[in-house]
Design a protein. Sequence first.
Length: 390
Amino acid sequence: NTTVVGIHKLELYIPDSYLTLNSLAEHHDIAPEKYILGIGQSKMAVPSPDEDVITLAANAAQSVLDSLTSQEAQSISTLIFATESSVDQSKSGAAYLMGLIDIQSNCRAFEIKQACYAGTAGLQMACDLAKTRPEESILLVASDIARYKQNSPGECTQGAGAIAMLISANPDIVEIDPERGFYSTDIMDFWRPNYFKHALVDGELSKDAYLNIMNKSYLNYIHKGGKSLAEFDWLCFHQPFTKMANKAYRHLKESFVDEMKDKTEASYAITQTYGREIGNTYTASLYIGLLSLLDNAEQDVSGQKIGFFSYGSGAVGEFFSGTINQNYRLGISTKHNKLRLSERHEINYDTYIDYMYQTRDVGQLEHIKSQSKFRFIGITDHKRVYQRCP
Ligand code: CAA
């Protein structure tokens, strides 16, 4: 089967508000350089109380739908929702989206989970589907709110956002190669029990596991006939915080000396631009890295090759690759993304604590209205209620 498949559209949505890491450092009474330089984050996107993973996803997905021709829209056979901040144990985020966005009802809709890896699981499933059924396309949404315990070491790596992609045959943005390398194991480096709103983490174990599993995934990718690291123009890593990409790059340099000898930090630095301003978005993070590269590269990057590493704690890793298509600018909204990032407003520490950690009763959301096209307006009879604003 010679059909080329991959990412045809790629859209981002982030909340209106952010907290600076300077403010957080001040309240933690530590040097801001630790967060800004040591962790590599300058801002953290903070969802307001009327936003959740469903509303973030709905905004990103609707942007993709708005950019499609009617023929493209009709070709959508599947809606996949990837998240680790799910709002229900039974009903999928995708089912909620069916009621909010302009998508045809004759499609299958479901949610998938494996920590931050789920976005990539969705992407590869979608590519396989598009390869066997090139007349179908798949709307994939990765949406997450990264929340750790207040005053814990993970707090500085929080963030929120969603990515939506249309996966199809003959894609405009990135053609995904068929070779993929995997490594999975059972460890407790990061997890969220059903009764907690925030994740628990063994920080040191998580960083080591990420790096070890990256090498093992790459070796498996090579074993399956994948490209040498030397062949990539760009490297794009899962970024729980941007400094983790620096660690990943250094680890590859130390482990694969020959393949990496001509590589410099310029091979990944541009993938960090957006993440530094948004924070961790779990399933969306790797693809925000990709968008950061496509939106911010000064030169035309058509034809260039990217090596991707996706990591989901618990843990699953996948190394895969792709080539940027000459039409890539048609599938992204560079101006809009940059405007969105610059037009957000800063909130102070007290508002951040209120937004991130306060649970509200029904009716209390009336006074807090984000700019979002889709709002969460409360829970009635144990049912989450959403609204699409005109
Ligand atoms: N100026 C400059 N740098 C400073 C500094 C200062 N004044 N003070 C400290 N630093 C540096 C440290 O030297 C360190 O740098 P290196 O990592 O290069 O050694 C860096 O700042 C961080 O310092 P610590 O290691 O002391 O930080 P910490 O232990 O308080 O927390 C963390 C770091 C473990 C990553 C924590 O933020 C955390 O648990 N985060 C959540 C888990 C996570 O993101 N894990 C990543 C892998 S798992 C994954 O990828 C899946 C996922 O999305 C969660």
